[in-house]
Write a protein that binds this ligand. Structure first.
Ligand SMILES: CC(=O)N[C@H]1[C@@H](OP(=O)(O)OP(=O)(O)OC[C@H]2O[C@@H](n3ccc(=O)[nH]c3=O)[C@H](O)[C@@H]2O)O[C@H](CO)[C@@H](O)[C@@H]1O
Ligand SMILES: C=C(OP(=O)(O)O)C(=O)O
Length: 422
């Protein structure tokens, strides 16, 4: 198994290009199932999760080819000859559940394994199920699989989500594009990935209004057609690399970065003493003083502080001046990085969903274990700020969400290398 060796250094200088968003691409790819005509995505990130989604779509009968070094995903779902999303693929990746809505809408049936849980917590689907049932689907759970059918087709309905779930909003939105009549999703998720999906669906002929707000309205159409769509910038990769010059000094420009993608996160950085400048090419970031100030963070649905940046923010707070309190409100087990950061000399006390971090002057390098995707990169960030060497093991988690992490960080002067495992 490969590992990543980071040697603490700094300051960092230069530019880092930000890729297309994993969490957008993983919902845009299943949208291909809604149409017989080809869907082409540009600016796709080169990640193992994208390969897993490719395998899943291919297993359903879609044709998927990655072009131009994986940045273009050309897909066609002309002949779908299977409607079963197998456990062996779904268990590898939560986003596999996003084939449920499109398959049900296009084929009138779908059998999709329930994802179960993952390292960060449970990944329930009750909100997806209630929403699709409101559209007329009949869904049973048998042998760990959701068996869904809508023999008479789906019909528009008003759906009030009990929580603004990103995945449920995506599944219901995709299904509603081909349902008869009007669907309203109240308390819809407002994440930029939802608006990106809605933009793509509109290019395919869907009639959608209100995405980006809590009320999305969809007028169903008989069929969708082909389209080409550019995947939105990855706000989580952006936020992660914004922290690199903050944690170990220097100034880095994040190419493609946009303030509207990182609002609440950027506000917290400003409070902590970070200067963020909007440039023609993206965002330029540097620390204003020698050390950032401790700030408190609570994760929330967009436009709040994203759960996917909590681990990275905790790494920063480990060397901040003062005490910070981080509250994780989205996933029940998303502090697995805390004990690993503690091995590097961090002072962290976790009580339930709250972590209290007392900043220390300097972390110390250590061998650490990556437990999930964002935990992995938080350990790399901590390694950049630590004295000596940090060896991050189990980096396959990282490959799910960060393309070319070594060349992106070494390109701005970080000492980082990938060590091939046996
Ligand atoms: C609100 C939020 O931050 N969502 C994040 C979540 O999306 P993802 O779509 O995976 O998760 P949801 O937004 O659906 O889930 C958020 C919360 O709702 C609960 N839930 C969800 C569905 C359901 O049917 N029933 C239910 O109870 C979950 O347990 C969780 O506590 O992970 C993605 C990958 O990390 C992030 O990009 C999303 O920003
Ligand atoms: C947890 C994440 O992804 P997933 O929902 O695909 O597990 C993430 O992107 O941080």
């Amino acid at each position: 198994m490969d590992s990543i060796l980071v040697t603490g250094n700094g300051p960092l200088q230069g530019q880092i290009p930000i890729a297309g968003a994993k969490n957008a691409c993983l919902t845009l790819m299943p949208a291909t199932l809604l149409s017989e005509e080809p869907l082409t995505l540009t600016n796709a990130p080169r990640l193992s999760d994208i390969k897993t989604m490719t395998q899943l779509l291919q297993s359903l009968g879609a044709e998927v080819s990655a072009l131009q070094d994986g940045q273009v995903q050309a897909m066609s779902s002309h002949n779908l000859d299977n409607h079963v999303a197998d456990y062996d693929i779904v268990r590898k990746m939560r986003a596999s559940n996003l084939v449920l809505g499109p398959m049900l809408a296009r084929l009138g049936q779908a059998v999709v394994s329930l994802p179960g849980g993952c390292a960060i917590g449970a990944r329930p689907m009750d909100l997806h199920i209630h929403g699709l049932e409101a559209l007329g689907a009949e869904i049973d759970l048998r042998d760990g699989y959701l068996h869904a059918k809508a023999p008479g087709g789906l019909k528009g309905a008003v759906i009030d989500l009990a929580f603004a779930s990103v995945g449920a909003t995506e599944n219901i939105l995709m299904a509603a594009t081909l349902a008869k009549g009007t669907t309203v999703i109240n308390n819809a998720a407002r994440e930029p990935e939802i608006s990106d999906l809605a933009d793509c669906l509109r290019k395919m002929g869907a009639q959608i209004e209100g995405d980006g707000t809590s009320r999305i309205e969809v007028q169903g159409v008989d069929r969708l057609h082909g389209a080409t769509h550019q995947v939105v910038t990855d706000r989580i990769e952006l936020g992660t690399y914004m922290l690199a010059p903050v944690i170990c000094g220097g100034e880095v420009e994040l190419l493609g970065g946009r303030m509207d993608l990182v609002g609440a996160f950027a506000e917290k950085l400003d409070e902590a003493g970070v200067a963020i400048e909007e440039t023609d090419a993206g965002l330029k970031v540097r620390r204003r003083g020698d050390r950032v100030k401790a700030v408190n963070v609570t994760t929330e649905p967009f436009p709040g502080f994203p759960t996917d940046l909590q681990a990275q923010m905790m790494a920063l707070m480990c060397t901040a001046d003062g005490v910070s309190v981080l509250e994780e409100k989205i996933f029940e087990n998303r502090f697995m990085h805390a004990p690993e950061l503690t091995r590097m000399g961090a002072r962290i006390d976790v009580q339930g969903g709250t972590a209290t971090v007392t900043g220390v002057e300097r972390l110390k390098g250590a061998p650490v274990m990556a437990t999930d995707l964002r935990a992995s990169v938080s350990l790399i960030l901590a390694g950049l700020a630590a004295e000596g060497e940090t060896l991050v093991n189990r980096v396959y988690h990282l490959d799910r969400g960060y393309e070319h992490v070594v060349s992106k960080l070494s390109g701005v002067g970080a000492k980082i290398e990938r060590i091939k495992g046996t």
